[in-house]
Design a protein around this ligand. Structure first.
Ligand code: NAP
Length: 247
């Protein structure tokens, strides 16, 4: 069956890879992003790959008062949404967050508050449908605060807790909530980082896992799979040792 798929942060490397998979299956897409030019280029590519229909909506996710306008437009175009994915995010400069509090708060807003605002608005529309998957991209960074990125990690941890509560709230309605926790992924976000090649996945690899997790109604996805075991060990390290480690 052709699915109706809504993606917020559709110009993200991971989201674009997910959208390609859905396009190849003949989905109808509703793409939301802040950069109109990139959005148009991605839309044209997705139509060429087999998407039945691609509608777009330009929105900066921090303009949370525009979110109801966006959901109204999506439901007007597609009637129902089978899959909604909230993907937008930034990787803050941790050192800057330690001295510039306004910057830290703005980054927290982008990575946590605006995402929660999107999830809340999508839940309002999906609950009466009685079906659908609401997916959000968190991160393994949300599993434990590290000195190198704990502002980002704290925002992703907020999403984890929010998704857990939302999942339990929506369970009876038939709407499923999935949180996706990628490890290192080679996208624009990480292009300047010196990531270990063996632990760094392509967006396409992660997108395959995401599509399968959506189809199987998984609650939590670590992608690639080995991050589940890495984070299990990291979470179990006692605080007295963890604080002495160079991470
Ligand atoms: N790459 C990794 O290693 C990794 C690991 C774990 C989790 N993640 C998460 O995966 C998600 C996707 O990231 P990515 O790796 O695909 O990186 P990316 O290609 O840099 O994508 C980030 C996306 O977020 C959008 N965005 C940022 N601020 C926004 C705002 N205020 N309003 C609307 N859109 C905004 C960007 O829009 P523009 O195109 O306009 O800049 C871009 O589309 C993020 O939530 C990220 O935290 C990534």
């Amino acid at each position: 069956m052709n699915q109706n798929v809504l993606i917020i942060g559709a110009t993200s490397g991971i989201a674009e890879a997910v959208a390609r998979h859905f396009a190849e299956q003949g989905a109808r897409l509703f793409l939301v992003a802040r950069n109109s030019e990139k959005l148009q280029a991605i839309s044209a590519d997705l139509v060429a790959r087999g998407a039945l229909e691609v509608a777009t909506f330009v929105m900066n996710a921090n303009e949370t008062d525009r979110i109801p306008q966006m959901t109204d437009a999506a439901w007007k175009v597609h009637g129902t949404i089978d899959v909604a994915l909230v993907a937008h995010g930034t990787l803050p400069d941790q050192q800057r967050t330690e001295t510039n509090i306004a910057y830290a708060i703005a980054e927290f807003r982008t990575n946590a508050e605006s995402v929660i605002a999107c999830l809340a608005a999508l839940a309002q529309r999906m609950e009466p449908q009685g079906k659908g998957v609401l997916a959000v991209i968190g991160s393994v960074a949300g599993d434990r605060g590290r000195p190198g990125n704990y502002l980002y990690g704290a925002a992703k941890a907020a999403l984890d807790t929010y998704a857990s509560g939302l999942r339990a709230r929506l369970f009876k309605s038939g709407v499923h909530v999935l949180i996706i926790k990628p490890g290192f992924v080679a996208t624009a976000m990480t292009v300047d980082l010196n990531l270990p090649a063996r632990l760094t996945a392509t967006p396409d690899r992660v997108a395959c896992d995401i599509q399968l997790a959506i189809a199987k109604r998984r609650d939590v996805l670590y992608t690639p799979w080995f991050w589940y075991w890495i984070m299990l060990i990291i979470r179990w390290i006692p605080a007295a040792i963890f604080k002495r480690m160079k991470l």
